[in-house]
Design a protein around this ligand. Sequence first.
Ligand code: AMP
Length: 302
Amino acid sequence: MTELTTPVVLHTLTEVNTWRAAAQGSVGVVMTMGALHEGHVSLVRQARERTERVLVTIFVNPLQFGPHEDYDRYPRTLDADLTAVAGLADAVFAPSAADMYPGGASETLVRAGRIGANFEGRLRPGHFDGMLTVVLKLLHVTQPDAAWFGRKDAQQLALIRRMVLDFNVPVDVVGAPIVRDAEGMALSSRNRYLSPAERVAGLRLSRSVRAAQRAATRSRSGYVVDANFIRGVAWGELEAPGLDVPFEIDYAELVNPDTFEVINAAYQGEALYVVAVRVGSTRLLDNGTLVMGARAGDTLNG
Ligand code: AMP
């Protein structure tokens, strides 16, 4: 077996600037917080296929964590991460907080607008402002032609698309499909926190996504199935009895995928079912695209 080329590791802004200036051809960037899994790697693979140089950023951004969130215990596994993207990424930019915030705590922030008002934005005050701020900084530092983001974090992706539009950032934002494990659970760096019983509970998210998508398919073959019905089906999966671990639903709603406004029963077209729960002390998210009231035969892409 041939050795895969380990990416060059860049720690400082000077190092990444030098790398960027020397990069020939198109550059693709994948931004992550590390603890890489197959979901992240799929983004890197897509970047590899489309751009000539691929840069992965690994930065656990303190600005997007609330005071009682898991910043300190967030997994940091740089060596394994380098192995995970060997042969795919040309470089990994893993800056320190002091490199990313040379003036200390940032005085200037990007403010998420209405797309970030509900759901994750409401439950994690400041999270989206911190996320958008670091994404804009990393776009500025790395100057990519294209940047890949997972649809796993659908509200984040919608906010980034809007920011890039609002701030005239010359980058192609690419949304990548959710990668799931064999049982359907969306891969997440936080899945490693789950006990076996919590994992069983966590599987309810993807089950509710599939149930919502199945119900929407029926709405396209003659049944009268509206958003309220689909929401009920999804909640039925989440709320079924029989769990022996704490399981709290943060939200489970059907939204307009661009605005993140909750849709009403008359809504037609592409919708997104978004769900977040707390299983024990771990938060899990999932989502899936569905089409409301469209013609039979339309395809889903979620
Ligand atoms: P994170 O390290 O959690 O900030 O994620 C970095 C990027 O990987 C984000 O754009 C995520 O949406 C994406 N991502 C994380 N998990 C998955 C997954 N299971 N499938 C696809 N993309 C993912």
